[in-house]
Design a protein around this ligand. Structure first.
Ligand SMILES: NC(=O)C1=CN([C@@H]2O[C@H](COP(=O)(O)OP(=O)(O)OC[C@H]3O[C@@H](n4cnc5c(N)ncnc54)[C@H](OP(=O)(O)O)[C@@H]3O)[C@@H](O)[C@H]2O)C=CC1
Ligand SMILES: O=C(O)C1=N[C@H](C(=O)O)C[C@H](O)C1
Length: 244
C-alpha cells in the first residue's frame, strides 16, 4: 500500500475555483500540492511558498501524479498536453469544452485515469439520477432546465444544465429546453421543471459555496488515483461509496 501523499498540480489556480482548491487542499493528508499554474505565473496568497508557473511554461512543472484543472476551454489543451507528456492522470471541471477537446480527453483515458465532471457536488450527482427517473415517468410533459450563475460565467447553458438535460433525454427520449440567467454572485443554481396539464414537478439544486466543488474535486482526485486507466464518472465514484 502506497502511503505517500498524491502529488497534485493545480491548473487555473488564480480563478475562483483554483483559489478554493489551494485553500482547501491542506485539509487532506492524502494529497499534497506541488505546484500550480496561472497565466501570470505569480505567487498566490492562498498558498504561500507554492511554486506557480506561467501557463506558457507548463513543461517546467515539477514531478506530479495528477493535475486538477478548473480553467477555461482556451487553456484546457495546455494541461491535457502536459498530462499526456508526463503520463499522469487529469481531473477537470472546466466547462464549455469542444467535442475535439473531449475526444483528446478520451484518448488520454486510454493510458491514464481521468475524470471530467460538469459539477463536483454530491447534490447534483443525486439530482441527475432523480431527474432521469422523473422524466421517464412523465415522458409527454414539457421539460425545461433553468440555470442561474454569477455574471462572470462565460458558457451557457452551464455544463451542469447540459448534464441534467442529458438525464432528461435519457429518461424520456427527447432533449429539454434550456434557459440561462446571469446575475450578481450566484454560485450555481439548477432547476429541472417538468410541466404537465394542471401540475408542475420541480427538481432543484442550489450551491451556496464553491467549497463544495473544490472538496468534491479533491475527493475525486484521491479516488481516481487509486484506479486504472479509463474515463471515470464522478457520480458513480462518489455514490458507490458515499463520504460520511
Ligand atoms: N465542475 C464544477 O463543479 C465546476 C466547474 N466550474 C468551471 O470551472 C472553470 C473555471 O471557473 P472559475 O474558477 O469560476 O473561472 P475563473 O475565470 O475565475 O478562472 C479561470 C482560470 O483559468 C485561467 N485562464 C483563463 N484563460 C486562460 C488562458 N487562455 N490561458 C491560461 N489560463 C487561462 C485563469 O487565469 P487568469 O487569472 O490569468 O485569467 C484562471 O486561473 C469554468 O469552466 C467553470 O464553468 C466552476 C465551478 C464548479
Ligand atoms: O462557472 C461556474 O461557476 C460553475 N460552473 C459549472 C457549470 O457550468 O455547471 C458548475 C457550477 O454550476 C458552477
Amino acid at each position: 500500500m502506497n502511503l505517500s501523499p498524491l502529488r497534485i498540480f493545480v491548473h487555473g489556480a488564480s480563478g475562483r475555483m483554483g483559489r478554493a482548491l489551494l485553500r482547501l487542499a491542506p485539509e487532506r493528508s492524502d494529497l499534497v500540492l506541488v505546484a500550480a499554474a496561472t497565466r501570470a505565473g505569480a505567487p498566490l496568497p492562498e498558498a504561500p511558498g507554492l511554486p506557480v508557473l506561467a501557463t506558457s511554461a507548463l513543461d517546467a512543472a515539477p514531478v506530479f501524479d495528477l493535475a486538477i484543472d478548473f480553467s477555461l476551454p482556451e487553456a484546457f489543451d495546455g494541461i491535457l498536453g502536459l498530462c499526456r507528456r508526463r503520463g499522469v492522470g487529469l481531473v477537470s471541471g472546466t466547462t464549455g469544452l469542444s467535442e475535439a477537446q473531449f475526444e483528446a480527453f478520451n484518448a488520454l483515458s486510454e493510458r491514464q485515469a481521468v475524470l471530467w465532471s460538469a459539477n463536483f457536488s454530491i447534490g447534483v450527482a443525486v439530482l441527475r439520477a432523480l431527474v432521469q427517473r422523473a422524466a421517464a415517468a412523465v415522458p409527454g410533459w414539457d421539460a425545461d432546465v433553468v440555470e442561474s450563475h454569477h455574471v462572470h460565467k462565460k458558457d451557457a447553458p452551464s455544463g451542469t444544465a447540459l448534464l441534467l438535460g442529458a438525464a432528461v433525454e435519457a429518461g424520456r427520449g427527447r432533449a429539454p429546453h434550456y434557459a440561462s440567467l446571469r446575475a450578481g454572485d450566484i454560485v450555481g443554481e439548477h432547476l429541472v421543471q417538468l410541466t404537465g396539464p394542471g401540475e408542475r414537478l420541480e427538481l432543484a439544486h442550489r450551491a451556496t459555496s464553491r467549497d463544495i466543488f473544490a472538496r468534491g474535486a479533491l475527493e475525486a482526485a484521491a479516488r481516481v488515483a487509486r484506479l486504472g486507466p479509463g474515463r471515470h464518472d464522478f457520480g458513480a465514484l462518489l455514490l458507490a461509496e458515499p463520504r460520511a
